[in-house]
Design a protein around this ligand. Structure first.
Ligand code: ASP
Ligand code: MG
Length: 424
């Protein structure tokens, strides 16, 4: 008998029929003798619809009210799922994030979990019932105000609960069969990974893979929670995210590459004509950081000796584009640059794999694949286990497919199935 935390995403609980289907799966695990804690996301596109609704009421919804509004989505799915499980003859109780003891800091819309005190959840499973917890939400214990964890935050709720309860596994149920070597929506013959390490999964998530949210992977790595990513629409074994080596006989060798991730959510700012003297880059990034903007890649061009001026480009989330540009414009006189260029039609592609460290020739093969596909590279950055490039947004899909093929990641057999979701 094990303690299992299961998390079901929005597309797995999109309507009444789906909720009944999920209830059956939960009941099966329970009847098999396991203790089961379930974390749910809001039904289908509910969170997006609530955001749309708020912006119809006011262009600038107060953050506190926005968080209260959005937590309603998960309350709907949690209670309906509890009812559906009840209807199958198994007792189930649903709890808000606050009731489940998910304590966070004060940052509305992107709160961090600071502690989990799940006494009511422990009680519920000790009584033989299934506990259902609303994902993506918690409470700030100093104000008692509810908070949300940022988009996709139910994954983090599930892993945090699994860590606090010392669960045997955290199963993340989604609309694909696991973690693939690329997004199956772009590369239909992407291959499912049997296992992936925390570091690889972190880089994939940070590089735009949407299957797991970044913070959930950070949390899982910190507490050593094994994650099993699988589909709620099939019974196939999914992908295990863990640093435990595969059991003897299961794998031959660690593959060099885990996968190719892509990201369309970034934009690029170029600061043109920056005086090429010490301290200017520091000032630029101080100003951008002061506006609360996280930056990603940075490139500084060689300055033309005759002018003594250089250009510095960096990428940032497109949603922070206005804040970043405004902050720099305000400080243009003291930094002394000539002008700013803003470009949100870029795409980022990243090749991730722990085997890169010990295999020569990965970069050569990567850039050859892009060049053969006629793709122009605008920026490059690397880490020990990742190479990322920025391209034009409209050549990103082709770039992903070219790199995927070049590293022999295409599956010879079946096409990856995308079971649900609107991709919204
Ligand atoms: N419902 C929230 C969202 O759409 C949280 C989640 O799905 O994990 O982002
Ligand atoms: Mg999600």
């Amino acid at each position: 008998m094990a303690l299992i935390v299961q998390k079901y995403g929005g597309s797995s609980v999109a309507d009444a029929a789906s909720i009944k289907r999920v209830a059956k799966r939960v009941a099966e695990a329970k009847r098999a003798g396991h203790d089961v804690v379930v974390v749910v996301s809001a039904m289908g596109d509910t969170t997006d619809e609530l955001i749309d609704l708020a912006t119809q009421v006011t262009p600038m919804p107060p953050q506190r009210e926005m968080d209260i509004l959005l937590t309603a989505g998960e309350r709907i799915s949690m209670s309906l799922l509890a009812m559906a499980i009840h209807n199958l003859g198994i007792d189930a109780k649903s709890f808000t994030g606050q009731q489940a003891g998910v304590l966070t800091d004060e940052a509305y819309g992107k709160a961090r979990i600071i502690d989990v005190t799940p006494s009511r959840i422990r009680q519920t499973i000790a009584q033989g019932s299934v506990a259902i917890v609303a994902g993506f939400q918690g409470v700030n214990p100093s104000t008692n105000d509810v908070t949300t964890l940022g988009r996709g935050g139910s994954d983090t709720t599930a892993v945090a609960l699994a860590a606090a309860l010392k669960a045997d596994v955290c199963e993340i149920y989604t609309d694909v069969d696991g973690v693939f070597t690329a997004d199956p929506r772009i590369v239909p013959n992407a291959r499912k990974l049997e296992r992936v390490t925390y570091d690889e999964m972190l880089d994939l998530a940070a590089s735009g893979a949407k299957v797991l949210v970044l913070r959930c992977v950070e949390y899982a790595r910190r507490y050593g929670v094994p994650i099993h990513v699988r589909s709620s629409f099939s019974t196939h074994t999914g992908t295990l995210v863990t640093d435990e080596p595969a059991p003897e006989g299961e794998t031959v060798e660690q593959p060099i590459i885990a996968g190719v991730a892509h990201d369309r959510s970034e934009a690029k700012i170029t600061v043109v004509g920056v005086p090429d003297v010490p301290g200017k880059a520091a000032r630029i990034f101080e100003v951008v950081a002061g506006a609360g903007v996280n930056i990603d890649m940075i490139v500084q061009n060689v300055s033309a000796a005759s002018t003594g001026l250089t250009d510095i480009s960096f990428t940032l989330p497109a949603s922070d584009g206005a804040a970043g540009t405004a902050a720099l414009t305000e400080h243009q006189p003291d930094i002394g640059f000539a002008s700013l260029q803003y470009d949100d039609t870029i795409g980022k592609l990243s090749l991730v794999g722990a085997g890169m460290k010990s295999h020569p020739g990965v970069s050569a093969r990567f850039f050859a694949a892009l060049s053969e596909a006629g793709i122009n590279i605008e920026m490059i950055s690397t880490s020990e286990i990742r190479i990322s490039v920025v391209t034009r947004a409209d050549s990103l899909d082709e770039a992903v497919r070219a790199v995927h093929t070049a590293f022999d990641l295409d599956s010879a057999s079946d096409e990856a199935v995308v079971y649900g979701g609107t991709g919204r």
